[in-house]
Design a protein around this ligand. Structure first.
Ligand SMILES: Nc1ncnc2c1ncn2[C@@H]1O[C@H](COP(=O)(O)OP(=O)(O)OP(=O)(O)O)[C@@H](O)[C@H]1O
Ligand SMILES: [Mg+2]
Length: 388
């Protein structure tokens, strides 16, 4: 028989399989009892109203089929209840035929109704089995994904120490080398080791982003946070650093992770602009509880439309004419944004610049945003040419 655990979840026995659980808002025992009483009343009616037997007869079978659809008992109890219903309705119909209020052909209704019930029960069980299988598959997928994430985290973590040691030794070697060729070679080694270190660090963050303890949220005033970032970046490159709209907005965010994401965006902005180009940061808040948008815009080289759909992919680095990147900067930005319940989008036009929009949910909770970050091909339309 099915058993019920706390909260009204039904545990059903399933031949050769693990138990299947169904949720139901009220206690299944009560439902069964109510149906038993209802059926008894219909049986009495079947006997008490000659000439009208067909109505209680069909009501019994319909209510039985409905009840099964809601409860889907295990096979044993189902066959037991089916046997009782067959016996009771057959006896009632036989009595009606005996007293002449129903023709004998009515007796064929019993096996027909039983066959209809069996067909319905078969479909219900098939549906249940399909749901069970899809739950098993999604649990297995979740387990595989969690394993992959843990593996990636462990691998990135393990790589960091040997890379740091190798870098230290390579730097020492570089100081002692005198010939031009040797100096060039050791610079290549240093460059590649630095790249490896960046890959390991970024992969570690990206892999951790889907984990439950990735974020340490605190209220962050984005206006002062943005000014602080601008102060930090201003001396690093000869650009026209500007503050755009700076609405007052406080959101729950992880200061360190959010800082990493904005640094990755600013690093790109610096790399893809030249001396005197504009790099502008803005914070736009529409109202309390609404998403807050951070804009990181530059008037640099822009992104070709055919690349826009791929720049958030991992290891995508369209860096012609630039030092080879890891292609993980924007993947990291996206991972951090999504971990916050937000997203990141881009608008760009070659030769006119790019604008990245980081959307963060307000204090009231996560955004209902599409799962894929849309990479819009719209132009900035001269936005960067305007003074704030
Ligand atoms: N502000 C920008 N202007 C023009 N192109 C950009 C800009 N930001 C990103 N891109 C393009 O998107 C690509 C992916 O950027 P991403 O930050 O993911 O990788 P990367 O910068 O190549 O590598 P890394 O960040 O590890 O150094 C870049 O290679 C570049 O082609
Ligand atoms: Mg980058």
């Amino acid at each position: 028989m099915p058993t019920t655990d706390r909260g009204g979840a039904i545990r059903l026995s399933w031949p050769g399989r693990s138990a299947i659980r169904l949720s139901w808002p009220f206690r299944p025992g009560l439902l069964d009892a109510a149906w038993a009483v209802f059926t008894a009343i219909n049986l009495v009616a079947l006997l008490a109203f000659p000439g009208w037997e067909t109505i209680p007869f069909h009501v019994i079978w319909i209510s039985f089929t409905l009840l099964y659809g809601l409860r889907i008992w295990a096979i044993g109890p189902t066959l037991g209840v089916l046997g009782v219903v067959i016996a009771a309705t057959a006896a009632g119909t036989a009595l009606a035929v005996g007293r002449g209020s129903e023709p004998a052909v009515e007796l064929t209704e019993v096996p027909l109704m039983a066959a209809m019930f069996c067909a319905t029960a078969w479909h219900a069980r098939r549906k249940l089995a399909a749901e069970h299988n899809s739950r098993v598959v999604s649990e297995e997928n979740a387990r595989v994904l969690a394993n992959q994430r843990r593996f990636l985290q462990d691998a990135s973590h393990q790589l960091r120490t040997p890379i740091t040691i190798a870098l230290g030794h390579a730097e020492l070697l570089a100081r002692g080398l005198v010939s031009q060729q040797e100096g060039h070679d050791i610079q290549v080694v240093l460059g590649e080791l630095n790249r490896l270190r960046r890959i390991a660090e970024r992969l570690l963050v990206i892999a951790a982003a889907e984990g439950p303890e990735f974020l340490h949220l605190e209220p962050i005033a984005l206006d002062s946070f943005t000014m602080e970032i601008l102060r930090r970046w201003r001396p690093t490159a000869n650009r026209r650093w500007q503050l755009g709209t700076l609405d007052k907005a406080t959101v729950p965010a992880d200061r360190e992770r959010l800082g990493l994401a904005i640094d990755a965006l600013l690093e790109n902005a610096v790399r893809h602009t030249g001396d005197g180009d504009v790099i502008r940061l803005s914070v736009v808040a529409v109202g309390y509880g609404m998403p807050v948008r951070m804009f990181i815009a530059d008037s640099g080289e822009g992104i070709p439309p055919e690349s826009l759909g791929h720049i958030f992919d991992r290891f995508r680095s369209g860096d012609s004419g630039h030092p080879r990147g890891t292609g993980l900067g924007l993947a990291l930005v996206q991972a951090v944004a999504r971990a916050h319940g937000g997203n990141v989008m881009v608008r760009s036009r070659p030769g006119q610049g790019s604008e990245f929009e980081l959307v963060l949910p307000g204090p009231r909770g996560p955004l209902a945003l599409p799962s894929a970050a849309p990479a819009e091909a719209d132009a900035i339309d001269g936005k960067l040419a305007r003074k704030p």
